[in-house]
Write a protein that binds this ligand. Structure first.
Ligand SMILES: Cc1cc2nc3c(=O)[nH]c(=O)nc-3n(C[C@H](O)[C@H](O)[C@H](O)COP(=O)(O)OP(=O)(O)OC[C@H]3O[C@@H](n4cnc5c(N)ncnc54)[C@H](O)[C@@H]3O)c2cc1C
Length: 414
């Protein structure tokens, strides 16, 4: 069966695809979202009890975007954890930098949200839009394009057509490869272990990150039932170490060992650490699509770029892509232009590519600088961290970056 009444087909209904669907749906577009994941059952436990394993640190710009879509109040009514301070240090030396929301006159530097809670809230928001149709559990299996429209094949045998198509289908984007868009991929030689912990001392609303010789270790502060003694962990390390930690996370007794290792790697800043969940790990590769656009096609989120989680920017950059793409398309249509006009697609790419490329390069630079055992580089990074810590104007600039307030943002994110 072939249907062709949509304005746009969005492949992938993760955090970025769902947000784009709301942005275009709110503007009255007919949107179809196809996601390989099966329908999730409304889960009353979301945002209650122990924290979920996968979390994201959202910037102020992402918060503004979600607030403009009326999604933020729903999230807050469930569970979000604000952090007002950040401490970053070199575990091999004395360099340390501290950021505080007060330095730039804001209440919070960011908020930690649980990914499945955010996705559930976004989907609830989609449900009130009759012009957005969500197709669960369907996988893209084929893609072709003629002058007028994109045609996709799905694994349920259906074919669909529309003038515009978006790849929001993640780091290994099937649409990107079916469209023949090249990707530059770099294996970082690291894997990220994630888990949840309870700590002896309260985190006080401060996000902490120690740069260890094997990679960065982040303790992201969570407020659970009004208490500040839980953190979400992202420990980037060698694949062999990551596998060892995942094995330690499996049973109660060895979790004690993993907790001790976490406490010691953090320099005991939060006292004893108790691991309260499993500790899976994910390979970390950085990828950047050779181009973000093609005839009537745009890539957003991880499909366009995926980066090291050390700065917690992946979702944030993807949300900014979605906001800029929707802004360009909605504006174009309002003034009677074709949203698929190559000049409009090129403007989307121009507005987003340089920001994303800069962030990818920064992550690579950080990884090289802190992974180095060369004495000169170690000295430089210690001087660098402590030096920046004393330079208030530079520090303020870095805080603005952490708030996501840079680049040519969509109006609703400024
Ligand atoms: C350990 C770790 C920690 C992280 N921490 C942070 C953080 O603190 N802050 C932050 O901003 N980012 C963080 N990130 C990055 C962040 O998780 C990603 O950037 C983000 O999830 C990407 O969202 P997305 O919607 O683009 O892609 P995805 O979440 O990958 O969604 C892609 C969707 O496409 C669907 N799909 C795939 N193939 C098909 C197909 N053939 N047909 C139909 N659908 C398909 C999938 O089902 C999925 O729903 C972290 C990443 C890791 C690994």
């Amino acid at each position: 069966m072939e249907k062709n009444d949509s304005d746009v087909l969005i492949i992938g209904g993760g955090l970025v695809g769902a947000t784009l669907a709301i942005l275009l749906g709110d503007a009255g577009w007919q949107v179809d979202v196809f996601d390989a994941a099966p329908p999730s059952h409304a889960d009353e436990t979301l945002g209650k009890g122990p924290p979920a394993l996968r979390v994201s640190a959202l910037t102020a710009a992402s918060q503004r975007l979600l607030a403009s879509l009326d999604v933020w109040p729903w999230l807050v009514s469930h569970r979000v954890s604000a952090y007002h301070g950040m401490q970053v240090w070199d575990a091999e030396g004395s360099g340390e930098i501290r950021f505080d929301a007060e330095d730039v006159g804001v209440d919070a530097l960011g908020h930690i949200v649980e990914n499945d809670l955010l996705l559930a809230v976004l989907r609830r928001r989609v449900e009130v839009l009759p012009n957005v149709v969500w197709h669960h559990g369907v996988r893209l299996t084929g893609y072709a394009r003629d002058d007028q429209r994109a045609t996709i094949k799905l694994d349920n045998g259906e074919r669909r057509q529309a003038p515009l198509i978006v790849g929001a289908d993640g780091a290994r984007s099937p649409l990107r490869s079916m469209a023949g868009i090249p990707v530059c991929e770099r294996d970082t030689g690291q894997a990220a272990v994630v888990t949840s912990v309870r700590t002896e001392h309260g985190h006080g609303g401060i996000a902490r990150q120690a740069f260890l010789p094997t990679g960065p270790l982040a303790f992201l502060p969570l407020m659970i039932d009004g208490r500040d003694d839980h953190c979400s962990i992202v420990w980037s390390t060698t694949p062999a170490e990551a596998s060892r930690m995942t094995a330690l996370g499996k049973t109660g007794q060895s979790r004690v060992t993993l907790g001790d290792e976490l406490a010691s790697a953090l320099g005991a800043r939060l006292g004893r650490v108790e691991v309260i969940d499993i500790a899976p790990h994910f390979p970390i590769a950085q990828r950047h699509a050779g181009r973000y656009v093609d005839d009537g096609l745009a890539l957003v989120g991880d499909a366009a770029h995926s980066l090291h989680p050390l700065a917690g920017q992946g979702v944030n950059l993807g949300l900014m892509d979605a906001a800029v793409l929707a802004e360009e398309w909605v504006r174009a249509r309002r003034r009677g232009a074709e949203p698929g006009d190559p000049r409009i697609l090129a403007r989307y790419e121009r507005r987003r590519r340089s920001e994303n490329a800069a962030m990818l390069a920064a992550m690579q630079g950080f990884q090289r600088l802190f992974g180095s055992h060369q004495p000169a580089l170690r000295l430089a990074r210690n001087w660098g961290l402590s030096g920046v810590d004393r330079l208030m104007p530079l520090k303020r600039l870095l805080i603005r970056q952490a708030l996501g307030e840079y680049g040519d943002l969509a109006e609703r994110c400024r």
